[in-house]
Design a protein around this ligand. Structure first.
Ligand code: CA
Length: 182
């Protein structure tokens, strides 16, 4: 895991250098896709290998993460570094049925800050996804499914087809050269 993190840090270095002085104009991009499988974890065992956590991050809308009819159930992605998380899109298998959920962000998987609290939601997602906007800095992003429409409980298991986290690199203060005293 450390090797992966080091590689990610090295990959991000040129981008960070280029952003010096213009970090405010950083492009909002999807951060959660294309990471190694070890970056994704679920709070419960998936119903099959085909429903593993990484299936919610593979860019394919016909695959997803599923743990069966269990609430709450959480899915977490490790972005590999701290980012300012701006937007999260949650693509559910059945967009015409409502889901309630909460999205949280953490720097260390211990202290979690709420990004979007939709635990009282009873509206189906706008096609094609629930879109939540915010501004929380962290490395780990977690969605917890808390409930689904009562009528749906008997005829399907909730599946998140895609979970997309968008953000920008954290602005890091430029190091000032140390002035030598004469
Ligand atoms: Ca997928």
């Amino acid at each position: 895991m450390k090797t992966i993190q080091a590689k990610l840090a090295l990959a991000a270095l040129p981008a960070l250098l280029c952003l010096c002085g213009t970090a405010g104009a950083a492009e909002l991009k999807v951060l959660s896709q294309g990471l190694p499988a070890a970056s994704y974890t679920g709070s419960r065992k998936p119903v099959s290998d085909a429903a593993a956590p990484e299936k919610a991050f593979d860019g394919a809308r016909e695959t997803g993460w599923c743990v069966g009819p269990a609430y709450p159930a959480a899915l977490t992605v490790d972005l590999g570094d701290n980012y300012n998380v701006i937007k999260v899109m949650s693509f559910m298998e059945k967009p015409h049925v409502w889901y309630s959920y909460i999205i949280e962000v953490s720097p260390d998987q211990k202290a979690w800050s709420v990004f979007a609290d939709q635990t009282k939601n009873q509206e189906p997602s706008e096609d094609p996804a629930y879109t939540d906007m915010g501004g929380v800095t962290g490395r780990y992003v977690r969605i917890t499914l808390t409930d689904v429409a009562e009528k749906a409980k008997s005829w399907f298991w909730p599946v998140i087809m895609e979970f997309q986290v968008y953000g920008v690199p954290v602005e890091k203060p430029a190091e000032k050269p140390v002035e030598k005293t004469p």
